[in-house]
Write a protein that binds this ligand. Structure first.
Ligand SMILES: Cc1cc2nc3c(=O)[nH]c(=O)nc-3n(C[C@H](O)[C@H](O)[C@H](O)COP(=O)(O)O)c2cc1C
Ligand SMILES: [Mn+2]
Length: 461
């Protein structure tokens, strides 16, 4: 039996975990990589090649060269799978997410913690024993891409979950970048103001609903684990770390306990970012390990970074749901919203059932105001599928004139990782590709009965 199967077969716990998720995964959604796999570049190459073929299975590497721990990746590469892991039907993720945010479920403390079956402290710590990949040729080294950093606000004690890349630098040392200046960055500022390090637990391998919650930007007062609990429909079981005052999911695969050092900076990066570019942007922080705890036979979870579907979908699933909700409050006839992969996080397409001229422009202004990442927003009518770029371009070809149907706002705050941005600002472009309310031409159609017939014939063939 392959390594991963053996581990899953031996798992008896009913609690939600990476294992329960993998066990429930349909066989056709898993790609088992035969033979030994070099963790230098091969997992990334494989995932990017799958994308070129429009395939999105979870990738299982049973035998990474030099390690006896199986590695799984590409978990977040499919929208249907993301919906399922959040407990939603395909296409119903947004509603499910917004419901979870509205009705959070707080975690519970437990005493049995598989993630602490093996505990290494002091001289026994060796982070190089973790099967950490080298993802891109220009990356500064081996990076943990899936580590969820859990810490607490030194002022309020409110917990926070977020992703920060972790570069392996030594047996008990990692480099980290907090460049998105999120809540952990703020926590570190507050700790430094007191002359203290920030205690942080890096968690690897959890039920992916927890990963989804960790990727979300919610208010600083909100513990992302409460949203994870709501997605799972039950509280996340937590255990206290062994060497720091932080609680972590008890059913995780690995936890690296340690401290982001106050006032210490070292070179870190470059790293392949979601834009598709390798970047040196880094806050150059240093993380010192005080313990590594794990399961007896752990599974390692990797998230392929860079311009990969899984990185992009994970990074924006919650944002799409949030922006959709806010936009729909003001534009009730909004139908769909898509951030296409080709635009990294910078392009967004919306569709609406237009009931008045000018409505599309109102929706476009709102969208660009709600999401500072968006620098191109396109509006189409509801007959156009925003998830099909070809259809969106067709609408631009036939329902859009550049002299009357677009507007541009210069010098707006944007995401600095866009290499074409200037001083953190970008021009925002809105294209209204909706047809006039009284159109010149109607779309050539085939009656639905004939479409149904054609589908049936082809399914039988
Ligand atoms: C896979 C992944 C990797 C990420 N890597 C980093 C990183 O290395 N540094 C960083 O500052 N933000 C990174 N981010 C962005 C933050 O983790 C993300 O914005 C998070 O929601 C911030 O949480 P907060 O709102 O609690 O601060 C990453 C996001 C994802 C999904
Ligand atoms: Mn947060």
């Amino acid at each position: 039996m392959a390594e991963l199967d053996e581990i899953l077969a031996g798992e008896t716990s009913e609690r939600p975990s990476l294992r329960s998720f993998l066990k429930a995964l349909p066989g056709e959604e898993i790609l088992r990589v035969p033979g030994e796999v070099d963790l230098d570049f091969q997992p990334t190459a494989l995932v990017l090649e799958l994308e070129r073929r429009h395939e999105s299975p979870v990738v299982v590497i049973d035998r990474p060269a030099g390690f006896d721990v199986p590695v799984v990746s590409n978990i977040f590469a499919s929208r249907a799978r993301i919906a399922r892991m959040a407990g939603a039907e395909p296409g119903a993720f947004n509603a499910r997410w917004n419901e979870a945010v509205a009705k959070p479920i707080a975690p519970v403390m437990v005493t049995d913690a598989p993630v602490q079956e093996v505990v290494a402290t002091g001289a026994a710590i060796d982070a190089a024993t973790l099967p950490i990949s080298r993802h891109f040729a220009d990356d500064a080294g081996r990076y943990i891409g899936s580590g969820v950093l859990i810490c607490k606000d030194p002022d309020t004690g409110v917990r926070n979950l977020s992703y920060q890349r972790m570069q392996l630098k030594g047996p008990n040392r990692f480099g980290a970048s907090l460049h998105s200046r999120g809540h952990i960055w703020e926590h570190l500022q507050r700790a430094e103001a007191r002359g203290r390090d920030l205690e942080v637990a890096v968690v690897i391998g959890m039920h992916p609903a927890i990963n989804l919650a960790a990727a979300a930007k919610v208010a600083m007062e909100v513990d992302e684990l409460d949203i994870a609990g709501a997605l799972l429909g039950e509280p996340v079981p937590l255990v206290r770390c062994r060497t720091i005052d932080v609680e972590v999911p008890a059913d995780a695969e690995y936890v690296i306990e340690g401290r982001l050092l106050a006032g210490v900076h070292e070179d870190e990066g470059p790293y392949g970012e979601y834009t598709g570019y390798s970047t040196f942007r880094s806050t150059r922080n240093v993380f010192e390990v005080s313990a590594i705890t794990r399961r007896r036979r752990p599974i390692f979870h990797d998230i392929i970074p860079g311009y990969s579907t899984e990185h992009l979908l994970l990074g924006r699933a919650a944002r799409e749901a949030h922006v959709f909700l806010r936009l729909k409050e003001m534009v009730p006839n909004l139908k769909a919203l898509n951030y296409p992969k080709s635009g990294t996080h910078f392009h967004a397409y919306l569709s609406l059932h237009k009931t008045a001229e000018g409505q599309a422009r109102q929706a476009l202004m709102l969208l660009m105001g709600l999401d500072s990442y968006v620098k191109l927003a396109v509006a189409v009518d509801e007959d156009v599928d925003v998830f099909s770029e070809e259809e969106v371009l067709w609408a631009l070809a036939t329902r859009f004139q550049a002299d009357t149907d677009m507007f541009m706002v210069p010098d707006v705050l944007c995401n600095r990782l866009d290499p074409s941005s200037r001083d953190g600002m970008s021009a925002k472009l809105a294209l209204d590709a909706t047809a006039p309310m009284k159109p010149e031409a109607t779309r050539a159609r085939v009656p639905p009965e004939a479409v149904a017939w054609a589908k049936q014939i082809l399914e039988r063939a």
